[in-house]
Design a protein around this ligand. Structure first.
Ligand SMILES: [Zn+2]
Length: 266
């Protein structure tokens, strides 16, 4: 299985979604990536949200009411679960849709005549999306509400092959959705993460994950993204440094502020 669900408290409406923490690539998928081992390691250093799984697990462990955790256990170079698998995806134009064709520097990741996108989507993308949708449905059914906190990090330096050049790069970028992120949730995140540093909304990354079944339809499914600038909690070696405790405390605080459906809608 390319994903793992770590169960939380039956009383918790919160799901921590960790899509980009893994470096694992199955050998048959690796065989179709045309980078040397050294180039691939450098690309993984650049593209992986290193240690965000440990941040999420630590914050869950410190939470009074333990949230659920949904972790992608495969690298985003296999499939990126946060991209649309079709023409809606803006990153398609730089070759980085659900199945990447290009690297973060614009080199060819897969051959120009690569034709295995659909098998990768069928094997990994759709089962992942369905499992996460099911987890959200379950919370909704049991508690009448679900809140996804999308846990990411981003590099201090802008990737060359990107669509969001020239924007600010704060300690914490909070990604929101007009329909699925309440004002209360945004203000809670700003308060919780102020111990990490400056926060901006939707800059340099915007949006947050919502299963398509609920997207734009079910306001009781709430979602917010935390994009933590990597240097606030990992060093150049991509290992956690002392700043990690502030990021964990910030996330723990945000988890505790999430309220049930009736109280939190504006
Ligand atoms: Zn990410």
């Amino acid at each position: 299985m390319n994903f793992e669900i770590i169960p939380g408290s039956p009383q918790s409406p919160v799901i921590l979604h960790v899509p980009h923490a893994s470096r694992f690539i199955p050998s048959e998928v690796r065989a179709e990536i045309q980078l040397s081992d050294a180039e691939l390691a450098a690309e993984l250093d650049s593209m992986t949200d290193s240690k965000t799984d440990e941040i999420a697990i630590a914050a869950a462990g410190k939470s009074e009411i333990r949230p659920w955790i949904f972790i992608n256990r495969y690298s985003r170079l296999v499939i990126d679960p946060e991209r649309f698998p079709d023409d809606r995806e803006i990153m398609n134009k730089v070759g980085m849709g659900a199945v990447y064709r290009k690297t973060s520097t614009g080199k060819d990741l897969r051959p120009a005549d690569f034709r295995h996108e659909n098998p990768l989507l069928d094997l990994y993308f759709y089962p992942y999306a369905i499992a996460l949708e099911t987890l959200v449905s379950d919370r909704l059914e049991v508690l009448g509400g679900a809140t996804i906190i999308d846990v990411h990090s981003y590099r201090p330096e802008q990737h060359q092959n990107a669509v969001n050049h020239g924007q600010r790069r704060p300690a914490i970028c909070i990604g929101t959705d007009e329909f699925h992120t309440s004002k209360y949730l945004i203000e809670s995140a700003e308060r919780s993460f102020s111990i990490v540093g400056d926060t901006f909304t939707n800059e340099p990354y915007s949006g947050t994950y919502v299963p398509l079944k609920f997207y734009g339809i079910e306001p009781r499914v709430q979602s917010i993204m935390m994009e933590t600038r990597a240097d606030t909690f990992v060093g150049a070696n991509l290992e956690l440094h002392e700043g990690a405790s502030r990021v964990i405390d910030g996330l723990t605080d945000l988890i505790s502020r999430v309220k049930m459906n009736d109280e939190r809608l504006d």
